[in-house]
Ligand binder design. Structure first.
Ligand SMILES: [Cu+2]
Length: 157
């Protein structure tokens, strides 16, 4: 009777300990990842991502919460220096749909997702060594005609 009680107590503590451990793991994973929503109204939500400098890699998930198909209202997520956003949008336009509106030869593109349509999502993980503290970075959708309005800012913390 006593042994049984002791065992159940050990089990309970083990379960609590592993639950705490799991929560800790999830918390640190969340710090190095962000989800950005996009829609049929050319919006990125949020328009700002904070990236901890402690992260070795960072994952961005792009969700398209709209209904329009990829050909009409596709979105991608392209990371570059703020001062390079217009440039990568231009070369992306020229690269066209076959290249997901990203020129593979444009080295100003630091990371990018593919293009998604309504109801779809995609993600990209990039190495934080690509980002230099003190530099200003942003993101943009380079799908035809979207770059003037679909853009956001990255803050390194
Ligand atoms: Cu777009």
């Amino acid at each position: 009777m006593h042994t049984l009680f002791l065992h159940s107590k050990i089990w309970r503590n083990a379960v609590i300990a592993s639950a705490l451990c799991l929560a800790g793991g999830l918390a640190s994973a969340q710090n190095c990842a962000a989800t950005i929503e996009s829609d049929d109204a050319l919006r990125f939500t949020p328009e700002k991502i904070e990236i901890p400098l402690a992260c070795k890699t960072f994952m961005v998930t792009l969700k398209h919460t709209g209904r329009l198909p990829k050909l009409a209202m596709g979105h991608n997520w392209v990371l570059a220096k703020l001062s390079d956003l217009d440039g990568v949008a231009r070369t992306g336009m020229l690269a066209g749909a076959d290249h997901n509106y990203v020129d593979p030869k444009d080295t100003r593109v630091l990371a990018h997702t593919g293009v998604v349509g309504g109801g779809e999502s995609t993600s990209v993980t990039f190495d934080m060594e690509k980002l230099v503290p003190g530099e200003r970075y942003g993101f943009v959708c380079t799908f035809a005609g979207h770059s003037p309005v679909m853009r956001g800012v990255i803050t390194l913390k």
